[in-house]
Design a protein around this ligand. Structure first.
Ligand code: ASP
Length: 327
């Protein structure tokens, strides 16, 4: 009887919380990479848009970088499921199960899916000191300097790592490059701009400003079609056009809560997210950075989860072919 009363009291507390959610406590969006990078950028713009859409709310961004995003992701998987700790992650949700033999979370089981945010192309960029100005010269330069090239990325399973792996293996130059992991592509970008590393493949939400400012050289985009609608990216060829057969990589970002978050809370968050994704300021900011805000069924929790499940199936053989595993 006593146990029943305790349980009933706990259920009432959760329900009351769900009805008043989010109340005065801030909602923390965990970004599993360093501040100032592309995922962080999306999270900060999204936090602002969500704040506007959920009256009285305060969405804040928390960076928990390391191990290709798996540290921050695991932190959210284990967090109290009360809607005050969320995760903004990307394609890593689908790549990490294939890369890590001892992953501490299960992407399809340990989270409540809130919805997908955007699709983001990637760009292949190099340090400004490189003698090459076109993709062909760049690839020739790598061949000529095999063994001396450093490719920067944000850790095993990160988007930059996946893109780097796919590209190296497509052009059969895996042996030519040493991969250098960082806690995110913000610090990796600093190293590239400073000339300490040679090459990186990163989300346009990080690279557009640097390309525009002439601080890095851009050689190609990773999408199957040219980005003709974007004022800067339209000038760069796709990897496919450059002879890298079948290369096509667009990454995405999604929003998640720990498993067990009350349904009323996940519903409020999904509704807030849907409204935020229609916010003209948010759309404008994302488009300027080459990202496309989601408008299709992937905006729903079920639609996004089905998409991630399909991505896991698609990416696994690519990673297995590249033979890059971590414990
Ligand atoms: N762009 C990074 C990646 O490669 C993550 C980041 O720093 O946002 O996954």
């Amino acid at each position: 009887m006593k146990r029943f009363l305790v349980l009933a009291a706990a259920t009432t507390a959760v329900l009351a919380h769900a009805q008043t959610y989010p109340g005065s406590r801030p909602v923390s969006i965990v970004v599993p990479f360093a501040a100032g990078g592309p995922t962080d950028r999306v999270a900060r713009d999204l936090a602002e848009a969500m704040r506007k859409q959920i009256p009285g709310s305060n969405f804040v961004v928390e960076n928990a970088a390391g191990a290709g995003g798996t540290i921050g992701t695991n932190k959210v998987a284990k967090a109290t499921p009360d809607g005050h700790t969320l995760l903004l992650f990307h394609i890593g949700m689908a790549t990490t199960p294939a890369l890590y033999r001892k992953l501490q979370y299960k992407p399809l089981e340990d989270f409540e899916y809130l919805g997908m945010v955007n699709d983001v192309p990637m760009t292949l960029i190099g340090k400004p000191q490189l003698p090459a100005n076109t993709y062909r010269d760049f690839e020739n330069y790598i061949r000529a300097n095999a063994g001396k090239i450093n490719l920067a990325h944000a850790g095993l399973g990160s988007a930059s790592h996946t893109c780097g792996l796919m590209w190296q293996s497509a052009i059969k130059l895996s042996e030519a490059m040493t991969t250098i992991p960082f806690g995110g592509t913000a610090p990796a970008m600093n190293a590239l701009v400073g000339g300490q590393v040679d090459v990186m493949c990163d989300q346009t939400t990080n690279t557009v400003g640097q390309i525009e400012g002439g601080r890095v050289k851009a050689f190609a985009v990773t999408t199957s079609k040219p980005l003709s609608g974007h004022k800067l990216l339209k000038d760069y060829p796709t990897l496919q056009e450059m002879g890298v057969k079948g290369f096509n990589l667009t990454i995405w970002h999604g929003l998640y809560a720990p498993k067990g978050t009350p349904a009323a809370v996940t519903k409020a968050l999904n509704e807030g997210l849907k409204k935020a994704l229609k916010d003209p300021d948010f759309i404008k900011k994302q488009e300027a950075l080459g990202a496309l805000v989601v408008t299709d069924n992937r905006i729903t929790p079920e639609g996004h989860k089905a998409f991630v499940a399909a991505e896991i199936g698609k990416i696994k053989p690519v990673i297995e072919a590249a033979k890059a595993f971590a414990d």
